[in-house]
Design a protein around this ligand. Structure first.
Ligand code: ZN
Length: 248
């Protein structure tokens, strides 16, 4: 029962995060009602219901029949699932669950901005940085300064990759937003997991780029960074223990 409540609550929150991710880069207010991109008519209340609203509207605007991107109900659905499953995993540690939820909020917002506008807004990073830093210093996964080190090294490593990529391929592969975002991810994951997350992110991105997105030039990297961070967070500790076990 609690999982269903979390799922429904999280899908509602996620539709709000999606709104933030779409409006902040425009400098638009986040208070106004949702409206259609094309005819600018407001979306009726039943269209605002997370996940289901899309199906009630049959995937298009009621006025101008403009198709609604099915990506949004999909994001809401999977985010709801993610919040519920994470609670299943972390229910004995409510503080950690709250920190993880803050991290998810950040990653959902910047993923939407990246998918939509190809940018990671500084404003969002500035809001989430103190929240993640303070919570990790007081409630670290390992040692408090590992979060600071994770941030610094995550940032430096991404910066180096961007510099090297630019030199090697003569085009910008990683944006400044991705590099700054990695400071926050490093703070959340701490130094022992931050490099693992980059490895997973590159792996997922590579597979996706090779088999699914052949035709487009631009691959938004933030959703892959999110996937890589999740893998590092949930699988990483087991992987590191297993690896360290091999050494002793
Ligand atoms: Zn419309």
């Amino acid at each position: 029962m609690i999982y269903i409540v979390i799922f429904l609550f999280a899908t509602t929150l996620t539709s709000f995060f999606t709104l933030i991710g779409m409006r902040i880069p425009h400098g638009e207010s986040i208070n106004g009602r949702s409206y259609c991109d094309r005819c600018e008519m407001p979306v009726p209340w039943y269209g605002l219901i997370p996940v289901f609203g899309y199906f009630i509207l049959k995937g298009k605007c009621r006025h101008c029949k403009q198709k609604i991107n099915p990506l949004y109900p999909a994001i809401e659905f999977f985010a709801g699932l993610l919040f519920a499953l994470s609670y299943l995993y972390l229910q004995d540690n409510v503080i950690e669950y709250v920190i993880v939820s803050v991290f998810y909020a950040l990653m959902i917002i910047v993923s939407v901005s990246d998918l939509h506008y190809r940018i990671v807004p500084d404003k969002i990073l500035l809001v989430f940085l103190p929240a993640l830093l303070i919570s990790r210093i007081f409630f670290p996964l390992t040692l408090w300064y590992y979060s600071v080190l994770g941030g610094v090294f995550g940032f430096l490593f991404m910066w180096f990759m961007a510099w090297y990529g630019k030199k090697r391929f003569k085009q910008e592969a990683l944006g400044g937003g991705d590099i700054k975002l990695y400071f926050l991810i490093g703070v959340f994951l701490e130094i022992h997991l931050v490099f693992l997350s980059l490895f997973f992110a590159s792996l997922v991105g590579l597979i996706f780029g090779k088999f699914i997105m052949k035709k487009t030039n631009y691959i938004p990297f933030v959703p892959f960074i999110f996937a890589g961070s999740l893998m590092a967070y949930f699988i990483g500790p087991y992987l590191l223990n297993w690896y360290l076990g091999l050494l002793t």
